[in-house]
Design a protein around this ligand. Structure first.
Ligand SMILES: [Zn+2]
Length: 113
């Protein structure tokens, strides 16, 4: 057991409203949204950042992207377009070191968000 925030959410130790989930990932809303739609797609397996992704994580990544597509539909941004982004490390503003995919949409996005 580790005390990572997202791992604790996944284990149900911290109550959280999940938008959707599948076998590999769950999705929540960002608590500090930077766009009308700003969700986090979080793998159920602990991987610190995208730097640690290896070939063995193929199913995890497919599950992450499949859930992102479902969330885009649920949030009403599927047709209009949206951004998927991994922040990696301090300079990217990463604050929780458990891999998560940002889904941003609901307005025209600038070059960096
Ligand atoms: Zn974790």
């Amino acid at each position: 057991m580790n005390d990572c925030l997202f791992c604790r959410m996944n284990r149900g130790e911290i109550p959280v409203e999940k938008i959707a989930e599948n076998d590999h990932a769950f999705a929540i809303r960002d608590i500090n949204p930077r766009a009308p739609v700003h969700d986090l797609i979080i793998p159920k397996t602990h991987v610190p950042t995208a730097r640690e992704i290896e070939w063995v994580h193929g199913d995890l990544l497919a599950g992450l992207l499949a859930l992102a597509r479902e969330v885009a539909r649920l949030e009403g941004v599927f047709d209009g377009g949206y951004r998927l982004a991994f922040n990696v490390g301090d300079n990217a503003g990463m604050t929780i070191f458990h891999l998560h995919l940002h889904l941003l949409g609901g307005r025209k996005l600038g070059p960096e968000g």
